[in-house]
Ligand binder design. Structure first.
Ligand SMILES: Cc1cc2nc3c(=O)[nH]c(=O)nc-3n(C[C@H](O)[C@H](O)[C@H](O)COP(=O)(O)OP(=O)(O)OC[C@H]3O[C@@H](n4cnc5c(N)ncnc54)[C@H](O)[C@@H]3O)c2cc1C
Length: 359
């Protein structure tokens, strides 16, 4: 319970997958804590709603590999507890330059058990000259929006989830964080977590977040109107930073490639695919699956926050853990969300249940 000068122990701003995972983690670690989750829109309506939802067991840097392993294990346990969860394990094939076997083993987790393979028995996927294929374990994909709804549903009751309530000001003070809301109300929280996805430039926290040097980039995943076969793998085009994902639950493939449009505004980027997006996507796809190019005509477009170092940013914004930023996951916010939430809650230094908050 919040002390008498506080409205709530912890406020979480942003009800995307990272905000909801963070609220869940707070309750898991410190069950008596009062939590309020605030979102200017409905739960999971930001980057989360458009996510391709692929988890693959890798990380370009050691911290991301650790986060990837932690999150993979977390989702596996969650799925074991809730078999109806929209999380679908599937095999993975990685296509990369033939000479990169040793390098790949440094990037993919040991548990992925990468081994050389021949891809795709039905011949849909072409391996370009000089490239080779490896098969690996530990891949899954999710309907991230539905997963976030699931998390949010289970939070209701112990957590106050306030949707369509915009946060207009975040003011860290000595003993509290004061939030001014679009409704005219003020919430005084003992601590707060900012999980704003790509809304880094919201007036409420623009100046607080600017020193992190995170940027917002457009993210594009194309829909391929071809039904996947029952044994299809996720195909990771390692050297292209792209992937093909059989989304069985949607009866189609999804193709994600790396779009290089930086410093976009989440309010306008949702306008849809541009001529450039379509031709860039088709050019990459054509090198690996020429037969799918004609079916690549629509997609999902939004943006995400990217960090300077390639690892998510989970950091105190006020120097003493009252206000924590959690995000900038570089287009991997679904697959790393459990680890991001764990780090964020670790920084909050929450009192254990029954322990009085002395800070
Ligand atoms: C097309 C696409 C494909 C992707 N594919 C993958 C993938 O395959 N694998 C993967 O791991 N990741 C993928 N991602 C990235 C992943 O979806 C994101 O990293 C993740 O959803 C970010 O979650 P979040 O909770 O930080 O942000 P969001 O889901 O954007 O949530 C932030 C929330 O903050 C709210 N908010 C903003 N301003 C305010 C305010 N002033 N007051 C209150 N609330 C506010 C917003 O309404 C929003 O709901 C993809 C992203 C996109 C766009």
């Amino acid at each position: 319970m919040a002390s008498k000068n506080l409205d709530v122990d912890v406020a979480v701003v942003g009800a995307g997958v990272i905000g909801c995972m963070t609220a869940r983690e707070i309750l898991a670690r410190s069950p008596g804590t009062s939590v309020m989750v605030l979102d200017r829109d409905m739960t999971g309506s930001g980057a989360t709603r458009r996510s391709a939802g692929l988890h693959f067991p890798r990380g370009a840097v050691e911290r991301v590999r650790r986060m990837s392993a932690y999150s993979q294990d977390y989702y596996a346990k969650l799925l074991a507890l809730h078999p109806d969860l929209p999380v679908h394990p599937l095999p993975m094939t990685v296509i990369a330059a033939e000479a990169s076997g040793a390098a790949l083993r440094g990037v993919y987790l040991d548990s992925a058990q990468l081994r050389r393979s021949t891809p795709d028995p039905d011949g849909r996927i072409r391996i370009p000259p000089g490239s080779a294929a490896w098969q690996g374990e530990g891949c899954q994909y999710a309907d991230v929006h539905a997963l976030t709804q699931f998390l949010s549903r289970r939070l209701r009751g112990p957590v106050s989830v306030r949707e369509s309530v915009r946060v207009d000001e975040v003011r860290p003070e000595q003993d509290a964080v004061v939030l001014r809301l679009g409704t005219g109300e003020t919430v005084t929280a003992g601590r707060a977590v900012l999980a704003p996805g790509p809304w880094l430039a919201a007036p409420a926290w623009k100046d607080l977040v600017a020193p992190l040097n995170a940027r917002v980039k457009k993210v594009v995943a194309m829909h391929i109107g071809v039904r996947p076969g029952k044994d299809d793998h996720a195909i990771v085009l390692h050297d292209e930073d792209a992937f093909l994902l059989p989304r069985y639950n949607e009866g189609r493939w999804l193709f994600s490639y790396t779009c290089q449009e930086w410093d976009v505004d989440p309010e306008s980027v949702a306008d849809g695919l541009s001529r450039e997006n379509l031709s860039e996507a088709r050019a990459v796809l054509g090198r690996y699956a020429p037969g799918l190019v004609e079916h690549c005509v629509s997609g999902r477009v939004f943006c995400d926050a990217f960090s300077p170092g390639g690892a998510p940013l989970v950091t105190s914004l006020d120097g003493h853990g009252r206000l924590v930023f959690a995000g900038a996951a570089n287009g991997s916010g679904y697959r790393l969300a459990p680890a991001i939430a764990a780090e964020a809650v670790g920084l909050l230094n929450l009192p254990h249940h029954g322990e009085k908050d002395q800070s």
